[in-house]
Write a protein that binds this ligand. Structure first.
Ligand SMILES: Nc1nc(=O)c2c([nH]1)NC[C@@H]1CN(c3ccc(C(=O)N[C@@H](CCC(=O)O)C(=O)O)cc3)C=[N+]21
Length: 283
């Protein structure tokens, strides 16, 4: 068997087209959704993702601003900047590109963002709201995965979802989100004994560990849905955590890297920004 490849790109394009119309309608009501992205330092990979976010924002008609700060920016300067953005009525979404330099506490930064403008969905208030099954901003990558699965008509109810990776950005929140969809969720991580035993049990396998080729065909049972969330640079090229060629032979569906989950992540960021503007303006 050879898996059907689920591309995020065409779905992202379709959703962005709908968003463009929604943004136009908001403009008529004098609401101009605006996203501010803050990046500290000049890491080329981070710069490239941030540029992607800018391009996508402009394409759907969002106002967007990129604030580039030097790598030696103090934590206090950043906190003061976020405070100003929190107060600014024209700003609806604030994203501080992670990782931040070591002398800055990422948790402190995340907690300083007004939860109503936290379009990453990383603030503990939004994380807690998701945990308790309330309406909130879902983190963009987990949300993008959920939308992709739904669009491919892959049901979640009662399915065994195995997640490899337990980051606050992807692993933990995607488990929570899919648990809310009535999936049975197993979290694996670097200390898990006999990883393959667990990955083989999956109806849906989500790999978000940040290790190239961590999972290959031998780790997967026939018919598994494989979602690759890896973002690794190998010899300058973007690759995922799954050995695509061998996994494709056994999986029923598989997402590639690039053109899989990545474009959906950005799309859900745009979605959250529009939502933030609507909520702030009582729409
Ligand atoms: N506060 C914060 N929020 C984030 O959401 C966040 C972050 N920090 N730090 C870094 C990671 C990584 N990330 C990606 C998003 C889209 C692509 C993406 O669209 N990738 C394209 C290709 C892009 C390329 O080739 O460079 C694709 O997979 O097809 C990749 C990576 C968001 N992140």
């Amino acid at each position: 068997m050879s898996a059907e490849v689920i591309y995020g790109k065409p779905l992202a394009e379709e959703l962005r087209q709908e968003m463009k119309e929604e943004v136009s309608a908001l403009h008529e009501k004098k609401i101009h959704p605006k996203l501010v992205v803050v990046i500290i330092g000049e890491d080329p990979a981070s710069m490239s993702y941030v540029k992607g976010k800018q391009r996508a924002s402009e394409k759907v008609g969002l106002d967007s601003e990129l604030i580039e700060l030097p790598v030696d920016t103090s934590e206090q300067y950043l906190l003061d900047l976020i405070d100003r953005l929190n107060q600014d009525d024209e700003v609806h979404g604030i994203l501080v590109q992670l990782p931040v330099p070591e002398h800055i506490s990422d948790q402190k930064i995340i907690e300083s963002i007004d939860p109503r403008k936290d379009v990453d969905g990383f603030h503990p208030m939004n994380a807690g709201r998701m945990l308790t099954g309330q309406d909130t901003f879902y983190p963009c990558t987990p949300y993008g995965i959920l939308v992709m699965l739904k669009r491919a008509s892959i049901s979640l109810e009662g399915k065994h979802v195995v997640i490899v990776g337990r980051s606050n950005l992807v692993g933990k929140p995607v488990g929570q989100l899919l648990l809310n969809e009535n999936a049975t969720v197993t979290h694996c991580h670097s200390r898990t004994k006999d990883l393959r035993h667990h990955t083989k049990q999956a109806d849906i396998l989500i790999v978000a560990a940040g290790r190239p080729s961590l999972v290959s065909g031998e780790d997967i049972s026939e018919g598994t849905v494989v979602i690759d969330v890896g973002v690794n640079r190998v010899d300058g090229k973007l690759t995922g955590d799954v050995d695509f060629d061998s996994a494709k032979e056994v999986a029923s569906y598989i997402t590639p890297v690039p053109k899989g989950v990545g474009p959906m992540t950005i799309t859900m960021l745009l979605h959250n920004t529009i939502e933030a503007a609507k909520r702030i303006h009582g729409q």
